[in-house]
Design a protein around this ligand. Structure first.
Ligand SMILES: [Zn+2]
Length: 277
């Protein structure tokens, strides 16, 4: 029997809302796992429908952290219908204060499976006070892997080693430092973003793709709308040679099948010597 197929789409990514869906489909109905739920349930439903998926198949929500752009409060009522929400143990105190912990909440520390066979391994990196969970996801029935790293503050050896050699890496590429400095934003906000516990710049993100040794594709997340653009981010990422998908704030990325290795691009055959002589 073939292992289940796993597809990914970034439904939306920006400081206004982040959410990515993994669809696991085997012999029965597909199961959907959201990594972060920073869009309203209604916007999430709309984006899922545009991909041919339905929130009726939502099996779990996994949170990197609890900031509002990663967990929209509209999900509280929705999730009480019975969808488990997974969050890191270090976020439990804030989750209690925010009313997120309920009978279907699950706390993880390192390894967990939000749906059978989809193996998550978490590491906590610095972001604001409570940190952020970074995931290495191993697909069911194979050793293929996805890395997921957003709001990670600074590139660290812990980040590189946790995600080493993943096949596909979704990673934030938040800002261009030049635009950040020229933005007119208050100094405290610039310090929060660039000071090591906020976000990765384009160059830090590109260096991370190289250091991690991503095999097939990088998906760029959380581009600042004020201090970045897809073109600037793509330019910063051009040297590592890994193909890019750049997530958008307003529409989902096309499904990316994580089960299949990326097709090998045929190199043009060399021109036979003397053909054009
Ligand atoms: Zn964020």
């Amino acid at each position: 029997m073939n292992p289940p197929r796993v597809r990914l789409s970034v439904l939306s990514s920006s400081s206004a809302g982040n959410s990515t869906v993994l669809e696991v489909s085997g012999s029965s109905r597909p199961g959907l796992v959201l990594i972060d739920a920073g869009l309203s349930p209604r916007a999430t439903r709309t984006h899922l429908a545009s991909l041919g998926a339905s929130d009726r198949d939502l099996a779990a929500v996994v949170l990197t952290h609890l900031d509002r752009d990663h967990f929209n409060a509209g999900w509280l009522r929705y999730l009480r219908r019975g969808v488990p929400i997974w969050l890191h143990r270090s976020h439990a105190g804030r989750a209690t204060r925010d009313g997120i912990l309920y009978r279907k909440s699950e706390l993880f520390e390192d390894a967990f499976e939000p749906v059978p066979g989809l193996k998550f391994s978490a590491a906590v990196l610095s972001h604001d006070d409570l940190g952020v969970a970074v995931f290495r996801v191993t697909l069911p029935g194979s050793n293929r892997s996805l890395g997921y790293a957003t709001d990670v503050g600074r590139p660290t050896s812990a980040l590189f080693s946790h995600l080493a050699d993943v096949d596909v890496l979704a990673i934030e590429s938040n800002y261009c430092p030049r635009l950040q400095v020229a933005s007119g934003r208050p100094a405290f906000l610039q310090q929060r973003i660039m000071g090591g516990s906020g976000h990765l710049s384009n160059q830090q993100s590109a260096d991370a793709v190289s250091r991690i040794g991503v095999r097939e594709r990088a998906i760029l997340l959380h581009l600042s709308r004020q201090c970045n653009s897809p073109e600037i981010a793509a330019t910063a990422h051009q040297d590592h040679g890994v193909p890019l998908t750049i997530a958008r704030p307003d529409e989902p990325t096309p499904w990316l099948d994580l089960t299949l290795p990326a097709p090998v691009v045929a190199r043009r055959p060399p021109v036979a010597a003397g053909l054009f002589a």
